[in-house]
Design a protein around this ligand. Structure first.
Ligand code: NAP
Length: 254
């Protein structure tokens, strides 16, 4: 088979991949042969992001770089996408995973807690898509995977800001999917249930048990459970799946 029939090496940017679900996604994509740009919000997470990139390059034989950027800031998001494009010469996959919580009941929720959560989770996703889509349009290939949440579908007491941001991610994803489908670019949302990461580490054992009782699979999910789905949505084979919201929640939302 001649070289011209081979697919180009795919390159991925995973936001918020210094730890948690994002790290598992970066690992999964690197194992599948993608070049990967690892991201964290600032200097604090950069050592972990660099360690991960170095390990992925050594273990998986792919190119891997780390870049700190606060995705809530449009200029930083643009610089992040530019850095990934420069490192790999292309950008095929954008996984918008960076996210934060600032939980509280509506009556007590501060305006800055609403703005911060919407700023990172929703505006950050917009910022990165806005920066990456022109590149994907030129390539006539792209896979966008946006991290939503089951909470964005069903709502959750104490998480009005977070649920609003994750519901917004779904609307954003479906709109982008409609705009870019004819250019061979897909956009899908993944909606995890309760996944064991720093984000859910504050739960007590009792809360954890109560939570598991509401899940058909009777266990919390792992970052790897989510990463496997992202790997499929990022693949060339997933080209006819777009505008979807896929729950990875062990049947919690059934
Ligand atoms: P996590 O363990 O708290 O990790 C969050 C990641 O996002 C970190 O790498 C963090 O980097 C990065 N990040 C935070 N703010 C950022 C910013 N402004 N710019 C760039 N990166 C930023 O979270 P997780 O549990 O893995 O969650 C990952 C995603 O899945 C989030 O979107 C979350 O909402 C979603 N999700 C999680 C669950 C769950 O149960 N865990 C359920 C549903 C959905 P730093 O190290 O620099 O802070």
């Amino acid at each position: 088979m001649g070289d011209e029939t081979r697919l180009p090496r795919r390159a991925a940017l995973v936001t918020g991949s210094s730890r948690g679900i994002g790290r598992a996604v970066a690992e999964e994509l690197a194992r599948a042969g993608f070049d990967v740009c690892v991201n964290c919000s600032g200097e604090k997470g950069l050592a972990a992001a660099r360690d991960l990139a170095d390990r992925l390059a050594a273990e998986c034989g792919v190119r891997a770089v780390a870049h700190a950027a606060n995705v809530a800031d449009a200029a930083e998001a643009q610089a992040l996408v530019d850095a990934a494009c420069e490192a790999f010469g292309r950008l095929d996959v954008l996984v918008n995973n960076a996210g934060i919580t600032r939980d509280g009941l509506l009556a007590r929720m501060k305006e800055e807690d609403f703005d911060a959560v919407v700023g990172v989770n929703l505006k950050g996703t917009f910022n990165c898509c806005h920066a990456a889509v022109p590149r994907m349009m030129k390539q006539r290939f792209g896979r966008i995977v946006n991290m939503s949440s089951v909470v964005g579908v069903a709502g959750n007491a104490g998480q009005a800001n977070y649920a609003a941001s994750k519901a917004g991610v779904i609307g954003l994803t479906k709109s982008i999917a409609r705009e870019v489908a004819s250019r061979n670019i897909t956009a899908n949302a993944v909606a995890p249930g309760f996944i064991e990461t720093d984000m859910t580490a504050a739960l007590t054992d009792k809360q954890r048990e109560a939570m598991a009782g509401r899940i058909a699979a009777r266990r919390l999910g792992s970052p790897e459970d989510v990463a496997a789905l992202v790997r499929f949505l990022a693949s060339d084979e997933a080209g006819y799946v777009t505008g979807q919201v896929i729950c990875v929640d062990g049947g919690m939302s059934l």
